[in-house]
Ligand binder design. Sequence first.
Ligand SMILES: *[C@@H]1O[C@H](CO)[C@@H](O)[C@H](O)[C@H]1NC(C)=O
Ligand SMILES: *[C@@H]1O[C@H](CO)[C@@H](O)[C@H](O)[C@H]1NC(C)=O
Ligand SMILES: *[C@@H]1O[C@H](CO)[C@@H](O)[C@H](O)[C@H]1NC(C)=O
Ligand SMILES: *[C@@H]1O[C@H](CO)[C@@H](O)[C@H](O)[C@H]1NC(C)=O
Ligand SMILES: *[C@@H]1O[C@H](CO)[C@@H](O)[C@H](O)[C@H]1NC(C)=O
Length: 409
Amino acid sequence: MEHCKLFLLLIGLSCVVCGILSDKPRNVLLMMADDGGFEMGAYRNKICQTPNLDRLAKRSLIFNDAFTSVSSCSPSRAALLTGMPSHQNGMYGLHQAENHFNSFGDVKTLPNILSTHGVRTGIIGKKHVGPSSVYKFDYEQTEENNSIFQVGRNITYMKLLAREFLTNSTEPFFLYVAFHDPHRCGHTNPEYGEFCQRFGNGDVGMGKIPDWQPIYYVPEQIELPYFIQDTMEARRDLAAQYTTISRLDQGVGVILKELEDAGHLDDTLIIYSSDNGIPFPNGRTNFYDSGIREPMFMSSPIHTGRRNKVTYSMASLLDIVPTILDWFNISDDVEIDTNEILESNRGLTGKSLLPLLIQEPSNYTDEAIFASHNMHEVTMYYPMRAIRTKRYKLIHNLNYNAPFPICMK
Ligand SMILES: *[C@@H]1O[C@H](CO)[C@@H](O)[C@H](O)[C@H]1NC(C)=O
Ligand SMILES: *[C@@H]1O[C@H](CO)[C@@H](O)[C@H](O)[C@H]1NC(C)=O
Ligand SMILES: *[C@@H]1O[C@H](CO)[C@@H](O)[C@H](O)[C@H]1NC(C)=O
Ligand SMILES: *[C@@H]1O[C@H](CO)[C@@H](O)[C@H](O)[C@H]1NC(C)=O
Ligand SMILES: *[C@@H]1O[C@H](CO)[C@@H](O)[C@H](O)[C@H]1NC(C)=O
């Protein structure tokens, strides 16, 4: 009996030691919603059903004050993947079609930096940034070579792609899963409904997404955000948005299941957030909090002390690059802490969020987030800069005589 205990103790000890010493791969899964907000149980919405996001939140640090640095899709994603605000990485507006914005050809991006450090990189879903040499992933299944509906909203299709990526992953990896849900689609595909809530629901002509059990909502029961006017039209829109959020939620569930089945739940940092505010008045393309405040969870397999706790520290999507580089212990390659626009000096302006997984700061007095907006569509020039601390916020409208352009797509 005593021998047995000793033996178990030794095994236990040696595993602790090997855990510390071994070069166990440490991976990252970054999941992004497209125009997603706080419509989930984890952020106290009692109506919208999001059991998978809520479960992820329970094993994460939950951010109360996370912000994007720009409230528009391509600029936000470019900032996310470079760690630099729009005016520094060059993505001033949307990437697609006639808008045609791209980042500078010489900016360093997360996928490119990680690749040079032996991390296998993959993107599944909406890319919406360029040029492709600057944002180059080893594995790319995006709107550039797939239907955006399949790669961004068909959670079964996305699941199979994630399986393909994860099956062959021997090295450390970075997988970026960029859902197209819950973006509007009424302007391109009205047959699927304003938020594509009917796509794949099994009705005649809608096709079927096998992994999705649609959930429908009653407009009268919606939790109306404080910045949206209480009209029946708005409530109907939000009910449709909730249905699409529930598909996103089930998508998060199947992707996490793939991660688990591939044996990587215990060596992967998981981050969930969204690119900008919800597509309603005062939301996306605005610098009001309703336009830039984002949901964010961060779940680490090794920092478990603050799971299901909330941080009130000011965080920015610009912090994601420094956080992931910190996670992979990469520091040699990028200058941190500079805000110069000079070509020779484009560095990261954010900070690693990993310390928050261990301890909440004692106060937030020195904390601020910054935002920089120029355009959404190419015709929607409305430059703004903002700084927000815990207590104060300044929005500087550089061209304040111009009419504010409103985009409801
Ligand atoms: C998309 O491009 C990648 C290469 O980046 C390729 O492996 C994949 O098969 C392509 N997918 C489709 C559907 O063409
Ligand atoms: C994964 O590996 C298998 C077996 O080696 C191979 O057949 C398949 O093409 C690989 N898939 C990808 C996406 O690399
Ligand atoms: C979703 O993807 C699966 C797997 O590729 C496919 O069987 C299904 O028909 C797709 N659903 C829709 C609505 O396109
Ligand atoms: C991180 O990298 C530095 C040098 O680049 C190295 O000295 C250190 O041991 C690494 N830390 C871990 C935990 O791997
Ligand atoms: C806030 O915390 C920092 C260090 O974390 C400390 O230097 C500073 O004095 C604190 N400020 C206040 C007002 O407590």
